[in-house]
Design a protein around this ligand. Structure first.
Ligand code: GDD
Ligand code: MN
Length: 377
């Protein structure tokens, strides 16, 4: 595969020369099964980083440079990844800092995961075998550790240990899929949003533990305060969106539509016929179940929707069967009991009461059956 190591630079004249030499002389010769290349994403650094790189490009022809204006780390990556795919024909792209904080010796470990079929490989400082510099001050340590903990907690995604890190290997398919959505957060928050979208879309993520070391030359470009505000803005809006418009939110909307259908039909049957209330409810419920099944099938579980007429009917029978128990025994049962006890007059109140009980029953049933804790072996 064609691999492009993308290194964003802003005033990294001294570092970039050292890093490129290590990559070309020590690392690339170890890798036999991939075509290794370097792309420097420089934002017109005033220190002359570009000239240093152009000098090195004369010696090694697998180096390229992409120059742009300074709009932040994320913007530089989006621009450079587009370039790597369009102009260099990259299959896999690395993200890597220029300041030698990311140990280049780890590159083969990332590629091994790619070879195993993973789409998005992240270097993690916070899992077994990874670390942050021992000499970091307490505030920088807290900032980094709690920042990651915060992201994991708000997004409710605990299996990934390092959301903010910038040492990664990514297949081109992932970038092409998410590219259009990567324009909102152009600074360091890009790292979190990119990874989160890849997780959302089911790309396979692997972790490689890394020891992050402090830079010895130049200084960090992170603006801590802006970064944390930007990061909070992203994780909070993303988690609200995911909860509201994700499967759970859709499930609620579908259920709400079903409820309206059932209520209207029940009302019409109660006022226009002499059916027993329990029967009227049971009939009305069939239309709601039918609507729920189809909307869930098309929309909530759209990507997993039934293929072919046979599967459609088979799944529909299963859906009806599981819904009928609650509707018939609980909902219609309660309504009918109320009618026997108090007469037909409060048909609508019985219905609301029975529906609330049904919701509790469904919730309990889901907890017991679907999200039941698996017994330990
Ligand atoms: N082209 C470009 N444009 N490069 C940039 C920009 C920018 O606006 N901002 C930073 N860079 C480059 C730097 O030159 C360096 O090569 C790399 O991006 C990382 O920047 P640092 O300034 O060294 O970041 P850090 O060490 O403080 O931050 C580390 O931790 C972050 C949070 O965990 C890095 O590993 C980040 O990648 C990571 O997101
Ligand atoms: Mn750094």
């Amino acid at each position: 595969m064609k691999v492009v190591i993308i290194i964003p630079t802003y005033n990294e004249k001294g570092n970039i020369e050292r890093l490129i030499k290590i990559l070309e002389e020590e690392i690339f010769p170890q890798i036999k099964n991939h075509d290794m290349n370097i792309l420097i994403a420089d934002d017109s650094s005033p220190d002359g980083t570009e000239q240093v790189v152009r000098e090195l490009m004369k010696k090694w022809e697998n180096i390229d440079i992409n120059i742009g204006e300074k709009h932040g780390l994320g913007a530089a990556y989006v621009r450079a990844m587009t370039y790597a795919i369009d102009k260099m024909d990259a299959d896999v792209m690395f993200e890597m800092d220029a300041d030698l904080s990311h140990d280049p010796q780890k590159i083969p470990a990332f590629l091994e995961k790619i070879d195993q079929g993973y789409d998005f490989v992240i270097g993690t400082r916070y899992s077994q075998g990874g670390s942050i510099p021992a000499n970091w001050g307490i505030s920088r340590k807290m900032f980094s550790v709690f920042g990651n903990l915060l992201v994991r907690t708000i997004l409710l995604k605990f299996s990934i240990h390092d959301w903010t890190g910038g040492y990664r290997a990514i297949k081109k398919e992932v970038f092409l899929k998410e590219k259009s959505e990567l324009t909102a957060f152009r600074g360091y928050t890009f790292q979190v949003s990119f990874l989160n979208k890849a997780v959302r879309d089911g790309f396979k993520v692997a972790e490689v533990p890394i020891a992050f070391t402090d830079r010895t030359l130049g200084k960090s470009k992170i603006a801590a305060k802006e970064y944390i505000i930007d990061l909070l803005k992203y994780v909070i809006t993303a988690s609200i969106k995911e909860k509201l418009f994700g499967p759970f939110g859709k499930f609620l909307v579908v259920g709400g539509i079903g409820f309206i259908i059932q209520t209207v039909l029940y009302y019409l049957l109660v006022h226009n016929t002499n059916l027993l209330l329990g029967i009227a409810n049971f009939i009305a419920a069939q239309f709601a179940i039918f609507s729920n099944y189809n909307l869930n099938n098309l929309w909530t579980f759209g990507e997993r929707k039934s293929k072919g007429i046979k599967e459609y009917f088979a799944k529909m029978i299963g859906f009806f069967a599981t819904s009928e128990l609650g509707v018939f025994i609980i909902q219609s049962g309660i309504i009918q009991l109320c009618q026997i006890l108090f007469g037909r007059k409060y048909a609508f109140e019985y219905y609301i009461f029975a529906t609330i009980i049904l919701l509790f029953y469904n919730f309990g049933a889901y907890n017991l059956i679907i999200w039941r804790k698996k017994p330990h072996k």
